[in-house]
Design a binder for this molecule. Structure first.
Ligand SMILES: [Zn+2]
Length: 104
């Protein structure tokens, strides 16, 4: 059997396997983090050992958060630009109507 990686939360080798009614899971008996119940012990081990690392997830969250802030800023700028354009459009339409009125 492949070696189990240490627990991601505790970084301890406090990891064990559990079997119940033909299903298997890997579990940290220190913090309780565990895989889903799997059909085979091997699947449970693969699942445990291939869990995304916490740091990678946090880095991805930070990345997405930065992107979200940028998008939010762009939306705000576009909204301001739209407001200015609408105001200008309104003034031009009024001016146009005034000119049409003067022609009549
Ligand atoms: Zn743990």
């Amino acid at each position: 059997m492949t070696d189990l990686k240490p627990c991601q939360c505790t970084n301890l080798n406090s990891v064990t396997t559990e079997s119940n009614y033909g299903k298997h899971k890997v579990k940290c008996y220190f913090c309780g983090m565990n895989t889903d119940w799997c059909d085979t012990l091997e699947d449970a081990v693969i699942s445990w050992n291939s869990r995304p690392r916490e740091e990678q997830l946090q880095a991805a969250i930070n990345d997405l958060s930065t992107q979200l802030n940028t998008f939010h800023q762009q939306v705000t700028e576009l909204r301001d630009e739209l407001r200015l354009t609408r105001n200008m459009n309104t003034r031009l339409r009024e001016r146009f109507n005034d000119l049409v009125d003067q022609q009549e």
